[in-house]
Design a protein. Structure first.
Ligand code: SF4
Length: 279
């Protein structure tokens, strides 16, 4: 079956941090997921129910925060925190001062920019901005373990979100492109509220990121071979193990968070939702 895999992307493909991260981690995973559109034949991690429960709680937590940020009162949302984990995350969220009262806030913001015939897009949990001065990207994480700073810094999400805000965020900034030095990205960990990861930005990093992102997109567009990763550890958390003969047993939940993110709403994006930014 693997001999007959398709290798060509559609003429117009919406790249996201998730698909680029997949390509970065394993080209074959990108091919199976985004070119072949194969259903996930195996669980990502064990125990299965615990993993599913945690993913659902993570998604509900994101919805609760979003609704709180658009003005729903604490009390009505607190009733939704119906598990010990959700209650703890919610309490941590309500107790933390994000210090953005003076900022214009956009939740669930979608930005997109063209790259050749394709698009790069991102859905932000929250962008808080004081036009002409500062733009902060917030992303909520419900990881069981707090990741290392260098690991988060290297994630495609960190690179895509900051670069795309500079590239496509002018309309949030009175029509003037946001300067890289005005951008900061904050990962706020619901289980580690006082230890967020903060990543500033600068022009050199922006140039590096944008050149790299457009380069990877062009590489994937022209790619005709999508090899299996040499890093066997990645396979333990990959749902395509059976296609690749890379073992039948899933990694454990504790370990998997370091390798996979909760499948987010990013997968459900459609083009009607996307803010069109043309250059
Ligand atoms: S099982 Fe391993 S080689 Fe196969 S797609 Fe997943 S990460 Fe890649």
């Amino acid at each position: 079956m693997l001999d007959t895999l398709r290798t060509e992307l559609p003429g117009s493909f919406a790249f996201s941090q998730s698909s680029l991260q997949d390509y970065f981690d394993c080209p074959r995973r990108f091919q199976l997921r985004y070119i072949e559109n194969l259903a996930w034949p195996a669980v990502e991690s064990e125990p299965v129910l615990e993993n599913e429960r945690r993913q659902q709680e993570g998604q509900l937590f994101h919805r609760m925060v979003q609704q709180h940020l658009v003005g729903l009162p604490d009390q009505s949302l607190t009733r939704l925190a119906n598990s010990p984990e959700l209650a703890r995350w919610w309490e941590n969220y309500l107790g933390y001062d994000f210090n953005i009262n003076d900022y214009a806030q956009s939740t669930e913001l979608i930005l997109s920019a063209p790259v050749d015939t394709h698009r790069l897009l991102a859905k932000y949990d929250l962008v808080a901005i004081v036009p002409g001065r500062k733009a902060i990207i917030f992303d909520w994480k419900t990881y069981h373990k707090r990741p290392r700073e260098d690991w988060m810094a290297a994630r495609m999400q960190t690179r895509v979100y900051r670069a795309l805000l500079v590239q496509a965020g002018a309309y949030l900034n009175n029509g003037i492109p946001i300067q890289p030095e005005q951008v900061e990205m904050i990962y706020w960990y619901a289980d580690y509220p006082s230890e967020p990861s903060r990543f500033q930005y600068n022009a050199a990093q922006y140039k590096r990121d944008w050149d790299a992102l457009t380069g990877i997109i062009r590489e994937i567009s022209n790619q005709r071979l999508f090899p299996l990763t040499d890093d066997i550890k990645k396979c333990a958390y990959c749902p395509y193990r059976s296609y690749c003969n890379r073992g039948g047993k899933a990694g454990t939940l504790d370990e998997t968070e370091a390798e996979t993110d909760t499948p987010g709403s990013e997968f459900n994006l459609n083009f009607e939702q996307i803010t069109e930014i043309e250059f």
